[in-house]
Every structure is written in structure tokens, then in C-alpha cells.
Design a protein around this ligand. Structure first.
Ligand code: AMP
Length: 116
């Protein structure tokens, strides 16, 4: 069994975090240490530690991450100017929290690349 992270507590609302979105599959909230004007994390409610752990069974939830990202980008008013979606995997990818999450970044020009 993978070990829970702080994100499981956020999903269960055991620590005070403004949820921007939650349904039966995914949750979304603002990154505590924003790297752009808009910096939102979209995560599966199910604990999947890394991208390496995604299975075929997870295809629905992985697709939901994208549809929620699109919806939140529209809500933030950044759809037309554009934004970036990032998922870090393991050490070389710079992953810090071992509960997969999609970073939604935008609201300003992000440059050619971004270390998250
Ligand atoms: P990563 O490096 O891809 O694993 O990103 C983890 C992200 O989670 C970082 O951008 C952190 O700022 C963010 N983070 C960590 N703890 C919290 C928290 N309690 N609430 C919101 N964001 C968090």
C-alpha cells in the first residue's frame, strides 16, 4: 500500500484548503507556493503515487484531470492566452509529493520551460 500524503488530507478536507473543484474522481486546489499568477493542482482522489503507477483502470480518472484543467482554465480566464500543464515523475522529474498531480500554470507568459 502506498503511503498517504498531505493531498489525501486535503481531499478529505481534514486540513483547511479551498477546493476549487471536487467530484467522485478528482479534486483541485491552489498550490501553496504558486510559481505563476494561476497555479492550481488537479489530483485524482485515488492515491496513485507516480505516473509510473498509472494503469489502464485509471484511464477515466486521468482523462478527468484534463477536462477539469480545461474547465478551471476557463474559470480563471486564462484559456485564450494559454497555460501549461505539468506532471513531475520521481527524482529527476522533481516530484516532491507522491500522489500524482497535474500543475495548471498560467496568467502570465511562462517562458520556454518552467522548473516546478
Ligand atoms: P511536485 O514537485 O510536482 O511534487 O509538486 C508538489 C507541489 O505541491 C508543489 O508545487 C508544492 O508547492 C505543492 N504543495 C505542497 N503541499 C501543499 C499544500 N498543503 N497545499 C497546496 N499545495 C501544496
Amino acid at each position: 500500500m502506498a503511503e498517504e500524503t498531505i493531498f489525501s488530507k486535503i481531499i478529505r478536507q481534514e486540513i483547511p484548503t479551498e477546493l476549487l473543484f471536487q467530484d467522485e474522481l478528482v479534486s483541485a486546489f491552489r498550490d501553496i507556493s504558486p510559481r505563476a499568477k494561476t497555479h492550481i493542482l488537479i489530483i485524482p482522489n485515488k492515491l496513485i503515487p507516480t505516473v509510473n503507477d498509472i494503469t489502464q483502470e485509471d484511464e477515466l480518472v486521468m482523462g478527468r484531470l484534463f477536462t477539469v484543467a480545461r474547465k478551471l482554465a476557463a474559470q480563471e480566464g486564462i484559456s485564450d492566452d494559454g497555460y501549461r500543464l505539468i506532471m513531475n515523475c520521481n527524482k529527476h522529474g522533481g516530484q516532491e509529493v507522491y500522489h500524482i498531480h497535474m500543475h495548471l500554470l498560467g496568467g502570465e507568459p511562462l517562458g520556454p520551460m518552467l522548473a516546478i
